[in-house]
Design a protein around this ligand. Structure first.
Ligand SMILES: NC(=O)c1ccc[n+]([C@@H]2O[C@H](COP(=O)([O-])OP(=O)(O)OC[C@H]3O[C@@H](n4cnc5c(N)ncnc54)[C@H](O)[C@@H]3O)[C@@H](O)[C@H]2O)c1
Length: 463
């Protein structure tokens, strides 16, 4: 079966870049990305490519090539569903904030709404692809909704989880380690799998396209994130041990990473992982394990989150203690707010939680981030509900110039590993700060010795 028309529901960090690359690589397939968020769609259609709603290196070029040719962004959801022969569901699946499974289970409200909308609108047979990260066996629920419409339309459900990382999304999509496609092991299911394999085959080598049953595919995505996050928590747990024993976490990371069974990636100690996926997906895994009565399995994975929360608190406490246990009224400059470099995404960013803890001590925080807006920072803080919106904007302000952020500050805290921070004129920064001038490097990107030679008092995680 040859796919001619694709619809993707959800124009977010996954749907936007993924569909842009599929469209670029398949000029003969019409790809329509739909979203209920009209402002987001308008931004995807903005003539000025700097205004795309998602910042990813290289994304503007891909969009420029395909948009208007075979890539379209619209809020006309029904029309796009009806015209498509393959529909990707790429909507958000946040952690539930209410009811059973609150704070742990994935909220599948948006997924179910999509399934119901597809069921209502579809008049011809469709392949429905789960692109969102979903609890294992969600395809069963989607299938049940789709198959009970009584209108005779046939649906095949595939799981095709996305493994891109924000900040390197385009690169990851262009040369994925693997593409995973799960489907029913029936004649129709295998045909649907092949149809999606054909879409990816235009640029992904056959050996990198894995096909499995539905449940293996769904579970592999949650598990991949759990394993990645576990590495971060493992090295972060060791960072504190390094600090008290005189070992250097970077040296330890290199030493263990040289072991080919362990490997060098994802062993960078930091203030903790953030992002919309790791925490949510592990909590989801924990919830699934619990719901099957596997309490030891659940506790094992939950520890990854507990360690991560501890690392964020530990960093904020270190700042407070070092500044003589009193930071009320002191200016603390934050370099970075995004959860990692090269993205404007701030979901679950460590910076939010560190700021919140310092604001409880009435510090005055001034943030500079190259890609995150002041409005976004305030909305991240307001979401926590720790204090009033007025208090949040009183204690935390945003500037567009890093030097202004650091001027007259008692301390600088590096919360995101943006490359530009490494190249600042640190002597000039030192001269403009209050003394003693403290630097807290939460990402281990600055040259500690060089800063100490200038006169800074430097704390770097794991040193
Ligand atoms: N962000 C990542 O790095 C990443 C990586 C891999 C997988 N994922 C998974 O992909 C999924 C999407 O993540 P994201 O970061 O792109 O989320 P996102 O919040 O950036 O985007 C989701 C979009 O879906 C839209 N939407 C929700 N319900 C809708 C509906 N009924 N009709 C039309 N549009 C609707 C929202 O308005 C939003 O724009 C999640 O399940 C996530 O776990 C994310």
């Amino acid at each position: 079966m040859k796919i001619k028309n694709i619809c993707c529901i959800g124009a977010g960090y996954v749907g936007g870049p993924t569909m842009a690359v599929i469209a670029q690589k398949n000029p003969d397939i019409k790809v329509t990305v739909v979203d209920i968020n009209a402002a987001r769609i308008a931004a995807w259609n903005d003539e000025n490519l700097e205004k795309l709603p998602i910042y990813e290196p290289g994304l503007d070029k891909v969009v420029a090539e395909a948009r208007g040719r075979n890539l379209f962004f619209t809020t006309e959801v029904d029309a796009a569903i009806e015209a498509a022969d393959m529909i990707f569901i790429s909507v958000n699946t946040p952690t539930k904030t209410y009811g059973q499974g609150k704070g742990m289970a994935a909220d599948l409200k948006f997924i179910e709404l999509c399934a119901r909308q597809i069921a209502r609108v579809a008049k011809t047979d469709k392949i429905v692809v789960e692109k969102s990260t979903l609890p294992v066996r969600t395809a069963q629920a989607i299938k049940s909704i789709l198959h009970n419409t009584g209108n005779g339309v046939q649906f095949q459900i595939l799981s095709n989880p996305e493994f891109l990382a924000e900040g390197t999304a385009v690169q990851d999509l262009m040369a994925p380690d693997r593409v995973l496609i799960g489907g029913e092991q029936t004649k129709e299911g295998l045909e649907a799998i092949q149809a999606l394999v054909n879409v990816y085959s235009t640029w992904v080598p056959a050996e990198n396209i894995l096909t499995t049953n539905l449940w293996s595919s769904e579970l592999s995505k949650l598990t991949a994130n759990a394993f990645l996050a576990q590495r971060v928590s493992s090295i972060n747990a060791l960072s504190e041990l390094c600090e008290v024993t005189g070992a250097d976490v970077n040296e330890v990371a290199i030493a263990i990473g040289k072991d080919s069974r362990i490997g060098p990636k994802f062993l960078k100690a930091s203030v903790g992982f953030g992002g919309s996926c790791f925490q949510k997906d592990i909590l989801n895994l924990v919830y699934i394990a619990k719901s099957y009565g596997l309490h030891e399995v659940a506790d094992y994975w939950e520890q990854v989150i507990i360690m991560n929360d501890y690392q964020k608190r530990r960093f904020a406490s270190k700042i407070i203690q070092t500044l003589y246990n009193t930071i009320s009224g002191k200016k603390i400059a934050f370099l970075g707010w995004a959860f990692k470099k090269d993205t404007n995404d701030t979901r679950e960013s460590a910076a939010i939680y560190v700021a919140d803890q310092l604001m409880e001590e009435q510090a005055s925080i001034v943030v500079y981030d190259p890609k995150v807006t002041a409005q976004q920072m305030q909305s991240d803080l307001n979401y926590l509900n720790t204090r009033s919106e007025d208090s949040n904007s009183h204690y935390l302000t945003t500037v567009s110039d890093p030097h202004e952020a650091c001027k007259d500050a008692h301390a600088i805290a590096v919360l995101t590993e943006w490359d530009e921070f490494k190249t600042y004129d640190w002597q000039k920064t030192y001269d403009a700060m209050k003394k003693p001038a403290f630097v807290f490097d939460g990402r281990g990107i600055l040259d500690k010795e060089e800063l100490e030679t200038i006169g800074f008092q430097v704390y770097a995680i794991g040193k």
